[in-house]
Design a binder for this molecule. Structure first.
Ligand SMILES: Nc1ncnc2c1ncn2[C@@H]1O[C@H](COP(=O)(O)OP(=O)(O)O)[C@@H](O)[C@H]1O
Ligand SMILES: [Mg+2]
Length: 299
């Protein structure tokens, strides 16, 4: 899908699939286009081109809408009403059967049962975010779409929300898509991710697979000829080089940051009479890619 807002092409051709049962992390720095994408997914904004399909149906179908729960920023909670009253209001909108029991259940899910009768205006950001989650769940949807559910929440509150998201996905068997600018968070709880940067998807797929593919950043040194006697024994005595192995004519090193430079390793090899053909860097890690994207955005 594509979207231009004002004169800016905010989404330059975004495409991804979320599969049933996923905890899908939509990761990207501020301004990347996450909220715009989510608003389009929810039918609150029209894409200029492209289409959205949720559970195989159009988002504009009422039946589809009933299968989706969402939480956005601002949270749209009524400050003068209690937590329970807010949920009752939404339960009515969604025509929830046996609303009282469902409200009790979702308040329990987000650890807010004791605060049911308290006015939302007195709640911390973390409590509001949890109540938003409860509201998103009130009509027992199949899919949850959440825009930065931990934004502005203190670290312990973030841990609680992540735990709730995991519980919801596993125990309640919900498919969850949420956005975040926090790589660490996404790595902790998601099985699949898309990384968006300035309106483009930079990386997309199974998290484990992406991590494996990207590997740890390292140095690959191609050599000619044989290595001297006891070469590997000497390497073993230099753990800071992070020697990982040799394949064909390539030596692979993954030194820890700040422990050994490429120059240190090359000097060592030259001193041992090893002929160097080529020095290269292995692919960057997910962390490095994301850090590089963040640095570019800041400029
Ligand atoms: N209504 C708008 N008019 C013009 N530009 C907008 C509008 N809404 C968002 N943008 C711009 O679109 C880009 C993406 O915004 P957004 O989707 O909110 O990013 P994110 O949620 O990833 O922080 C930003 O550069 C933002 O300034
Ligand atoms: Mg946003």
């Amino acid at each position: 899908m594509k979207k231009t807002l004002g004169h800016r092409e905010v989404l330059k051709g975004i495409s991804f699939d979320v599969q049933v049962g996923d905890i899908f992390g939509y990761l990207g720095p501020n301004g990347a286009g996450k909220t715009t994408t989510i608003r389009i997914l929810l039918g609150l904004l029209r894409a200029d081109s492209g289409s959205v399909s949720i559970l195989g149906a159009d988002i504009d179908d009422t039946a589809t809408r009933m299968k989706i729960g969402f939480a956005l920023d601002p949270d749209g909670l009524y400050d003068t009403m209690t937590a329970a009253e807010n949920l009752e209001y939404y339960a009515q909108i969604y025509d929830v059967k046996d609303a009282a029991a469902r409200i009790e259940k979702v308040l329990g899910l987000v650890g807010m049962a004791e605060r049911a009768g308290d006015s939302v205006g007195t709640f911390s950001r973390g409590m509001r975010q949890r109540l938003s989650l409860a509201r998103a769940m009130v009509h027992n949807p199949e899919v949850l779409i959440l825009d930065e559910p931990t934004a502005g929440v203190d670290p312990s509150g973030q841990i609680e929300i992540r735990k709730i998201l995991l519980d919801i996905a596993r125990q309640e068997k919900k498919t969850v898509l949420f956005s975040s600018h926090n790589l660490d968070e996404v790595q902790r709880i998601c099985n699949r991710i898309a990384l968006i940067d300035r309106g483009e998807i930079k990386l997309y797929g199974e998290l484990e697979e992406l991590r494996r593919k990207m590997g740890k950043s390292g140095v690959i040194i191609e050599i000619a000829g044989a290595v001297p006697e006891n070469f590997f024994g000497e390497l073993k005595e230099r753990p800071r080089f992070g020697f990982r192995g040799m394949s064909e004519k390539s030596l692979v090193f993954e030194p820890d940051e700040g422990s050994a430079s490429v120059g240190d390793i090359v000097n060592f090899l030259v001193a041992r009479g090893v002929m160097i053909e080529k020095v290269g860097k292995s692919e960057a890690s997910l962390e490095e890619l994301y850090t590089a994207i963040l640095e570019e955005v800041e400029q």
